[in-house]
Design a protein around this ligand. Structure first.
Ligand code: PRP
Ligand code: URA
Length: 206
């Protein structure tokens, strides 16, 4: 499935401001929210619409309305930075949570929490700002599918080629929306140039 890079000038400005090591947590959170709004907006293009009659003050017409429930599932903890954008754009969204944490030595993610709503027939967004090795994303999407989600769209801020390849291999049906595809992973499996540890920069835990 396709990888969509949201390359609006504002998205580029925001992602490169997030990269800046001098950006403080408060500004980091604010810019993450704005960028996530743009990403969620684009990532939900495929949501089903239904037509129905609407009466304007002047005439009767037929128009499209959202016809499918939406679910958003942030991967804790960094994914929480992207949740509020979905809540603002889609107030009726159902929210689930998946807790995954990479081991600092092996970079393999282990699951420590999972609480999901019924996802059957919901257009489901999995949001996690960093797609590095793709191990976390692949595990998260597998959990969502096991709970009936279809389709699943994965939304990240920065993606590494390695993570995209892994997610496409494990889940070829999942579309990816991201603001940047970076060069590579380093020996610690961090994205380069990247922005460092997103969760630490978001919550000031460096
Ligand atoms: C980060 C990020 C992803 C994961 C990506 O989370 O938010 O979940 O790493 O790496 P991967 O593609 O190699 O699996 P982290 O494990 O650092 O946890 P945190 O969000 O709690 O800081
Ligand atoms: N997680 C992050 O927060 N940053 C990376 O570069 C890789 C994984």
């Amino acid at each position: 499935m396709a990888v969509h890079v949201v390359d609006h000038p504002l998205a580029k400005h925001l992602v490169n401001s997030l990269r800046d090591r001098t950006t403080r947590p408060e500004a980091f959170r604010q810019m993450s929210r704005t960028l996530s709004t743009m990403l969620v907006f684009e990532a939900t293009r495929g949501i089903r619409c239904d037509s129905r009659v609407v009466e304007t003050p002047l005439a009767e017409t037929v128009g499209d309305f959202l016809g499918q429930g939406l679910a958003v599932v942030p991967v804790l903890r960094a994914g929480l930075a992207m949740l509020e954008s979905a809540l603002i754009l889609f107030p009726d969204v159902a929210v689930g949570y998946i807790g995954l944490e990479r081991d600092h030595n092996t970079a393999v993610a282990h699951s420590y929490y999972c609480k999901l709503p019924n996802l059957a027939d919901r257009f489901t967004l999995c949001v996690d700002p960093m797609l590095a090795t793709g191990g976390s994303a692949s595990q998260a999407v597998a959990l969502l599918k096991a709970n009936g989600a279809k389709p699943v769209v994965f939304v990240s801020v920065i993606s590494a080629p390695e993570g995209i390849e892994r997610l496409q291999r494990d889940h070829p049906d999942v579309e990816i929306y991201t603001a940047a595809v970076d060069d590579r992973l380093n020996e610690l499996k961090y994205i380069v140039p990247g922005l460092g540890d997103f969760g630490d920069r978001l919550y000031g835990t460096m």
